[in-house]
Design a protein around this ligand. Structure first.
Ligand SMILES: Nc1ncnc2c1ncn2[C@@H]1O[C@H](COP(=O)(O)OP(=O)(O)O)[C@@H](O)[C@H]1O
Ligand SMILES: [Mg+2]
Length: 164
């Protein structure tokens, strides 16, 4: 399986949002994105940027679906925002019917995806956020599979970011 990876350092929430918007603009139907990193690392903020890049209107709140498990937004295509934090396991997942979303016509983004690694299939984009100071984050963007290594390749060309 092809793999590719870039690491970006951001120094403010706005900069992380800007990075995520850029990425969201390049995403489309069928894309699967995992968001990992400890509490407060910026997963929900990144999801918000992705949604904005996918043309989800600015007045649509993008918040963590920690209790509902899934928020759905209407952008250029449907955007499915999951949070596995409170998920009890594969049984809950089956009840959610996540497979239908993954092979569907929308973009799937999942916070705490590492709680059920088998849920997302092999090909995906992984966003891992690490706390690096009060307003600093180290963001590792990994593409697994042809589609996503290409996406990472395009992000590598973006200017105005601090690549590590
Ligand atoms: N460089 C940065 N990138 C992302 N978030 C940042 C950054 N600096 C500070 N923050 C703050 O960190 C918090 C991230 O919260 P959130 O996105 O809800 O995290 P999570 O979903 O991972 O728990 C926000 O309050 C945000 O303003
Ligand atoms: Mg969150």
């Amino acid at each position: 399986m092809e793999r590719s990876r870039i690491t970006v350092s951001t120094r403010s929430p706005e900069e992380t949002l800007r990075l995520a918007v850029k990425l969201g603009k390049r995403c489309g139907p069928g894309d699967v994105i995992s968001l990992t990193g400890e509490l407060g690392s910026g997963k929900t903020l990144f999801a918000k940027g992705l949604a904005r890049g996918l043309d989800v209107p600015k007045d649509e709140p993008v918040v963590s679906p920690s209790f509902t498990l899934l928020n759905e937004y209407a952008g250029r295509c449907p955007v499915y925002h999951f949070d596995f934090y409170r998920l009890d396991g594969v049984q809950d997942l089956e009840n959610l019917g996540i497979d239908e979303y993954i092979s569907g016509e929308g973009v799937v983004m999942v916070e705490w995806a590492e709680r059920i690694p088998e849920a997302l299939g092999t090909e995906r984009l992984e966003i891992h956020l690490e706390y690096a100071g009060e307003n600093e984050r180290t963001i590792i963007i990994s593409g697994i599979g042809r589609r996503y290594t290409e996406l990472v390749g395009m992000m590598r060309q973006e200017s105005g970011f601090n690549f590590l």
